[in-house]
Design a protein around this ligand. Sequence first.
Ligand SMILES: O=C(O)CCC(=O)C(=O)O
Ligand SMILES: [Fe+2]
Length: 298
Amino acid sequence: MANWLGYQDVKLGRQVFGNTTPATLNILGRLNGSYVRLRQKPAELDQARHYKRLGYGTVCVEHDARSLKELQAGFQSAVADPSLSEPHGDNLDLLGERFPCCEVGRRIENPENLPGLPKILNAKFWPVIEGCVGNSVRIVDIECYRTIAPPPKANFEVYANWWHCDQRRSDLHKVFINISDVTLDDGPFSILSRKDTAQALSSEEFNGREDADFEVQDNFPDARWIQHVGPVGSILVGNTQLCLHRAGLPAPSRHRDILVISVVDAAEPSPGFDPAMFTPGYGQTSRYTNPRAYGVIQ
Ligand SMILES: O=C(O)CCC(=O)C(=O)O
Ligand SMILES: [Fe+2]
């Protein structure tokens, strides 16, 4: 029964909102977003208008170079230390079975402890993010991981590298910060605009995440989308509920390091970097526990 309801919820979300996030989570997100903007009456910057229309935007923050180096060095040592990091990826069991000596990624276990991070997420950082999103936000979760070139013969999803929406509340946004220099060869994050997401879902046989390994330029040559290439510190903000997106696959022997800050629209903004404000695992608990149980429509 719960699965049937969940399935109908996702189906309705797809029909009404043009994404694969459940209708209830689209509605809850919209309600909170409208409440926050009603309370705050923020000035509509051009950038926020673009973000609202496209569902993503890039921003520029002048990071403190020393803190960025500190963060990178902390990440490098944590990624090499099995007591501070663990394997990252989807289908890790399958991967272990078929390619026992291959690691496709590593995830830092307590990214909030990374040195340099509080100085990166500082008082200069938040106004830029909020200017892009269009209202104030509260930080809910931090993830930090490395994605590595998978074995060429892996014909299944190894880590969020097939097009999908995250299926959480639609007032959640993700701030992606490259912490290695990312070129097209390093498997950049990619995101499709809101409109093209709806278009892809209505015009294409999109049978859910398990079946979404398509190339935008082949299937939707006119679509607006972006790949998050750029040097260490480059930032892309995206609504991963409203927009199809995916992790890119690095070319053989290459990798990409990324920091992902999840934020939610909030009338009472976070006072900055305060780990007490986090809700670790928010990504998992803020959505149905097992969206894959809904069957083909995700
Ligand atoms: O690793 C990435 O580039 C994207 C992962 C993803 O799908 C997400 O954070 O929602
Ligand atoms: Fe995702």
